[in-house]
Design a protein around this ligand. Sequence first.
Ligand code: HEC
Ligand code: HEC
Ligand code: HEC
Length: 397
Amino acid sequence: MNLGSRMSLLLVALLSVPTVQAGRYVPWQAEGLSIPRPLGGLQGDPARGRAVVIDSHQGNCLACHRLPIADQPFQGNLGPPLAGIGARLSPGELRLRVADERRLNPETVMPPFHVDPRSLNQVAFAVEGQTFLSAQQVEDVVAYLSTLTEPGEAGTPPVAASPGNGLHSGYDYLKPETRAMQDDEFANPGMPTVDRGRRLFNAEGENGKSCASCHGEDGEGLDPARIASYPVYDPDSGRPRTLQEQINICWEDQLDNIPYVYDCTELVALEAFVRHRARGTPVQVDIDGPLRPFYEAGRKLYHTRFGQANLACTHCHDLHAGQWLRGQQLTQGQSNGFPEYRLGSGRITSLQRRFSECFRSFRAEPFEPGSQAYIDLEVYVNARGNGLKIETPAVRY
Ligand code: HEC
Ligand code: HEC
Ligand code: HEC
């Protein structure tokens, strides 16, 4: 921030103008584990703070915390319940926790709601340069939390599912009805996409051949164990090749067709069909050989904080798997069911599109489908699930 804007912020503070421009960073000073002075010298309003806490486009605190707000269902449990917090923590201590909980726990999943935006990484364009909550909203939230002096539920700390607990497919977290829907080929809403892929597979390309010409009617010649080993290392390019890329290479080179764009409807349908051929086969990506550096690059991305909420994949899918984010239970974020059918959107989703949805959920700008970053991430995520059986097309929320 330049001197001019610092000066104008100072003026705002001095003149006690009631509102600071939404999302503008107001620098603060911590003393110990507290920010004693109100941000920008602003006065908080508990009623407004309560609204910010509830609103899923603002604080969305209920995503992770239970609060004594009876008319709000689906309160999450990634964080401790906040009833009675106003008796336990001073306004200054609350302010630091809301502004930047990372000061207390560097591995926290709680977003830093008011920090210098320049310290954040790959923030979604729509909110670039802004803080998650404005200085006024932070003060309103602190004022509201300070009113919570009645002890409610016991403040039990969040239970982190231990990563050593073994591998779990998203299937293990589903309701019995949804499992039954996935298991029944006639009820599974992803099957029409598999059928669409089958028709593309058996259809003639520009040169009169079809995929079936080389891989057998309905892909009978395809080896399920090979399919389950993707992404594989491609010695020609010296980089990983995803299953979608392999299909696109065959589509172009073997059928003389115009190549597809990564993640387009047809390619995802072909991928769904091919992966469905390997249903029940354990995922087995070989990361002991030349794929290793790409796995390591993906692993690094998985542990990198992104976006305005400043979260990494590991925070939700390793540290908090099994806990509730508002009405949704977090799973390990495994990839064995992709492409999968999402009941929420009513659509088939590819793995990389799911990555993008997660990026957007924490206000990060996603990478491009087919980008090196997403391919590395796919190598890591698939290998992380080595041993899980392929469920394509899985059914998820
Ligand atoms: C994505 C999950 C998440 C969201 C969203 C979230 N928090 Fe938290 N919060 C946590 C977790 C987890 C902790 C526990 C401490 C830790 O490990 O960081 C915590 C801790 C706290 C604490 C300290 C509690 C104590 O007992 O010391 C306060 C206060 C708090 N959060 C308030 C809020 C408010 C207010 C909001 C909304 C503006 C919010 N949180 C949004 C996850 C979240
Ligand atoms: C002219 C023969 C030919 C045609 C037509 C063809 N492929 Fe292939 N396909 C191959 C060969 C050869 C490989 C092995 C490539 C390698 O290992 O580098 C292969 C590999 C694959 C693989 C990886 C699995 C494995 O066993 O290595 C998949 C999946 C695949 N093809 C799908 C398709 C699809 C889908 C189509 C239609 C769009 C298609 N192929 C058309 C020859 C063909
Ligand atoms: C704020 C928490 C959060 C973060 C951080 C997050 N996700 Fe997710 N992710 C979810 C939720 C919620 C779902 C849907 C429920 C579930 O399967 O966990 C989900 C689902 C998934 C799934 C699908 C799992 C299945 O069985 O269908 C994958 C794969 C995934 N995430 C990958 C990632 C990757 C890769 C990252 C990092 C770029 C990431 N997620 C970061 C919340 C998160």
